[in-house]
Design a protein around this ligand. Structure first.
Ligand code: ADP
Ligand code: NI
Length: 201
């Protein structure tokens, strides 16, 4: 099977697996991460096919999204064999997605892994990142904001999202991050302004 046909099969799998997600990890998240990873891969001269395939698949088997992650990874392995990926490609893809997760704090060792992690992190910042954070917060019954340290999404910006810019690996990703980071800062200033002006005491 040609690489393009393999990517089409991968997209079909992702459409099935993530069609019912309301936490910011839907099909369109995978699509954006794959597109961004592809762009960075070209600039950084990485293996484009591995980056795109791994980016589409990076959330498959994530413990917060799948009830049986080990079983899901086994099924992924069989799927990749079924679409005729060779052993080298399967290992490269699995290696690239293994350390992507931000919440798990993984540190990828391969260039392809770094690119997929950068693309995933870029999708957590900027306008879309803001939308995803509130979607995630709502789906997990967190407050939008709170006076105490109860779980709330505004706090998540300070805990994680504003730190992402500094954690990116590739120069190409850092360039994309600049505008998105600034937009979040502007957004937070406006949010705090509206919040404080409407306090009753
Ligand atoms: P990963 O999927 O790489 O493990 P995370 O789970 O940390 O990364 O984040 C995935 C998405 O969910 C991001 O858009 C992130 O902002 C959002 N998210 C994760 N934790 C929270 C939280 N506590 N509040 C709001 N959004 C969150
Ligand atoms: Ni992701």
């Amino acid at each position: 099977m040609e690489e393009l046909s393999q990517l089409i099969e991968i997209q079909k799998l992702i459409r099935n697996l993530f069609s019912d997600d309301y936490t910011g990890h839907d099909f369109f998240h995978m699509e954006r991460v794959a597109t961004t990873a592809g762009k960075i891969a070209k600039i950084e001269d990485a293996d484009l096919f591995i980056c795109e395939a791994a980016a589409w698949l990076h959330d498959v088997g994530d413990a917060k999204l799948f009830t049986d992650p080990e079983e899901t990874i086994k099924e992924l392995d069989l799927f990749l064999q079924r679409i005729a990926m060779n052993e080298y490609q399967i290992n490269k893809v699995k290696e690239a997605i293994q350390d992507v997760s931000f919440s798990k704090g993984g540190n990828p060792t391969t260039l392809e892994g770094k690119i997929v992690q950068d693309a995933d992190r870029l999708d957590a910042i900027g306008a879309i990142g803001i939308a995803r954070a509130f979607a995630y917060g709502g789906a997990n019954r967190n407050y939008i904001n709170h006076d105490t340290n109860k779980n709330n999404t505004i706090q998540h910006f300070y805990d994680k999202l504003l730190k992402i810019k500094e954690l990116l690996h590739t120069e190409a990703a850092k360039k994309i991050a600049d505008e998105r980071h600034r937009f979040m800062e502007v957004y937070l200033l406006q949010f705090e302004k509206e919040w404080s002006k409407t306090k009753s005491c």
